[in-house]
Design a protein around this ligand. Structure first.
Ligand SMILES: NC(=O)c1ccc[n+]([C@@H]2O[C@H](COP(=O)([O-])OP(=O)(O)OC[C@H]3O[C@@H](n4cnc5c(N)ncnc54)[C@H](OP(=O)(O)O)[C@@H]3O)[C@@H](O)[C@H]2O)c1
Length: 323
């Protein structure tokens, strides 16, 4: 079957994204073919496109989507043709994708395709970071960088739902208003304010037990300065570039700090953990504790423009590519 897909033949800027005709084989044993209705855009896809993360060329980009099962491979018993599903799996920037059946989770009726297409990467990341990497407790004050972004808007609502006081950072005043509207108690514009000083002030000098930092290079040192003694920096992304060459002595000097660099791939490696994370995400969305804000739509063919806008910090909340 011939489908349209966004392919990467060489790594580089957004211009390397090609809207190609691709032959999609019938789903192999254990796979289902999903007709994608909505595809989630994620910063991680810019790292695969640019070559920051290792890839083998050529490949179809994309990591999360939602749609309808239109064919099932041999031995698949958990899904049937016509089921509504969402998945986190490679090759999602396409009209249709073959995915392992076990990683395609049936959607509750209350969750639309568009919302579902943001949940098994962005939502799942919020889940494992808040419930597994550092299990936040009611009454704690936490710091979340890029609070108006795709993961940020989901995670900060979730942290509020769990009883935290949430400090968020953002790059513009408009984003500050958006973060506040989604439950951030305190918002810091890190382009114009000193983050560590503001965090000290907000917490009356105590600072925070955990900082969630998907910005990376530009915020790394400020993040360490926001941590209480023995606090944890969860460095989970590189939106401003990767953190490299760290002298571990800095963790001693700043108060016996911890740093982790987690990935969803590790936390959702087993099918059991993946399903449990997915269930927790669907639950908080279905009961309205987390409202997914989809602020941009692009045609799948315009994925390059979506990447340009994401990297230029023009997007807020979640972004959908429409096949
Ligand atoms: N480790 C994991 O398991 C995992 C899983 C999912 C996502 N992530 C990471 O989580 C982060 C957020 O992902 P997302 O898809 O939700 O993206 P996003 O937050 O929607 O977009 C990134 C945001 O980072 C901020 N930023 C700060 N400096 C930037 C710079 N120099 N260039 C571009 N953006 C900059 C921008 O917000 P402001 O303008 O407000 O600064 C921008 O909107 C990314 O680093 C991603 O790689 C990690």
């Amino acid at each position: 079957m011939t489908i349209k897909a966004i392919r990467v033949h060489k790594t580089g800027g957004p211009e390397v994204l090609q809207y190609d005709d691709v032959e999609l084989a019938a789903p192999a044993a254990g796979q289902v073919r999903v007709r994608n209705k909505a595809i989630g855009l994620n910063f991680v896809e810019t790292y695969f496109r640019s070559g920051l993360y290792p890839v083998s060329l050529p490949f179809t980009l994309g990591s999360e989507a939602a749609g309808i099962v239109e064919a099932v491979g041999e031995g698949v018993t958990n899904l049937k043709v016509g089921d509504r599903v969402a998945y986190n799996s490679g090759g999602a920037y396409a009209e249709a994708t073959n995915v392992p059946a076990i990683r395609a989770l049936p959607l509750p009726d209350a969750v639309s395709f568009e919302v579902a297409a943001t949940l098994l990467l962005k939502g799942a990341t919020a889940e494992y970071l808040l419930r597994r990497t550092f299990r936040v407790e009611p009454g704690q004050t936490i710091l979340w960088h890029a609070a108006a972004g795709g993961v940020g808007l989901i995670a900060t609502q979730w942290a509020k739902h769990l009883g935290c006081t949430v400090i968020g950072t953002v790059g513009t005043d408009e984003k500050a208003a958006l973060a506040r509207a989604h439950g951030c108690d305190h918002v810091i514009n890190y382009r114009s304010e000193n983050v560590a000083e503001r965090v000290k002030e907000i917490t009356a000098g105590r600072k925070v037990p955990v900082v969630y930092d998907g910005v990376g290079k530009d915020t790394f040192l400020a993040s360490l300065d926001c941590l209480a003694p023995r606090g944890l920096l969860v460095s989970f992304g590189n939106a401003s570039g990767p953190v490299t060459g760290v002298d571990l002595g800095i963790l001693a000097a700043k108060g016996s700090l911890y740093v982790t660099r987690p990935t969803l791939a590790t936390y959702a490696a087993t099918n059991e953990d993946y399903a449990e994370i997915g269930k927790n995400v669907f639950d908080v969305v279905a009961k309205g504790a987390v409202k997914v804000q989809i602020n941009q739509h692009y045609k799948l063919a315009d994925a390059a423009q979506a990447h340009r806008d994401l990297e230029a910090r023009k997007t807020t909340g979640a972004t959908i590519l429409v096949p």
